[in-house]
Ligand binder design. Structure first.
Ligand SMILES: Nc1ncnc2c1ncn2[C@@H]1O[C@H](COP(=O)(O)OP(=O)(O)O)[C@@H](O)[C@H]1O
Ligand SMILES: [Mg+2]
Length: 221
């Protein structure tokens, strides 16, 4: 008998094909489930490749658990299969924040982006950064904002790392959703402050400005 994830191919509908992983919508014990399968990369030596995929899969699952413990909405983990570097998790049906943001007015941005800020602050307070906070990695479901894709997350309490998380959000918003960027960022920072408190919020925003200043100098030279 094969268990899901043990085959190299998981039966189901391919949701997404990434550079490292395929994301397949399938079934786990009767529940709609997502299989995130890290694929073999042939340019790496097979044994090393297997080990890297195994470690990244285990790490991502651990980061999802850590975020959930911190009170952030994430998919439930159903199963972890390190043999095939597969994470089986709850399918979060809902709308990608990226798609929602594309149709939002500045007013609509308030609620989801306030929640976005609260979630980021909870991750940071728990001593981690997400590492890939683009609007494609958040799904809004029945008023809850669910954080996906902890592939680049790691444990860190450094102010700089936390500011880097905010920097990516800002870049994404300004680049992809300029019409609502200001309103969305205002709401996001208010949500962040509501959870992190004013002193931490001020420090991380000041660090964000430092990063932006460094970025400008870097571009000039
Ligand atoms: N648990 C899930 N529920 C619903 N959709 C998901 C889930 N996990 C991933 N997806 C979808 O698959 C896409 C890619 O998954 P992600 O974990 O972000 O992979 P990658 O690390 O390659 O970016 C997401 O942007 C999202 O649309
Ligand atoms: Mg992603």
């Amino acid at each position: 008998m094969t268990s899901p994830g043990v085959d190299e191919t998981v039966p189901g509908r391919l949701l997404y094909r990434g550079a490292e992983a395929d994301v397949v919508l399938g079934d786990w014990q009767g529940l709609p489930a997502v299989f995130k399968v890290r694929k073999p990369l042939t340019y790496r030596l097979a044994a090393i490749d297997r080990e890297i995929r195994r470690q990244r899969t285990a790490h991502e699952a651990e980061m999802i658990r850590h975020a959930k413990r911190a009170g952030v909405a994430t998919p439930f983990l159903y199963h972890l299969d390190l043999q095939t570097s597969t994470i089986v998790m709850e399918y979060v049906g809902g709308k990608m924040l990226r798609d929602l943001a594309g149709q939002m007015t500045a007013n609509d941005a308030e609620e989801p982006f306030f929640k976005f800020g609260e979630g980021v602050a909870r991750l940071h307070a728990a001593g981690m950064m997400h590492g890939d906070l683009t609007t494609a990695n958040l799904v809004s479901r029945e008023g809850t904002l669910v954080f996906l894709d902890f592939g680049l997350a790691h444990r860190t309490s450094r102010l700089e790392d936390h500011a880097v998380d905010l920097r990516l959000i800002k870049e994404t918003l300004v680049g992809a959703h300029p019409g609502i960027a200001k309103a969305a960022l205002d709401a996001l920072f208010r949500g962040y402050e509501a959870v992190a408190g004013t002193p931490k919020s001020r420090r991380v925003r000041s660090q964000l400005r430092n990063i932006e200043r460094r970025g400008r100098y870097a571009r000039v030279t």
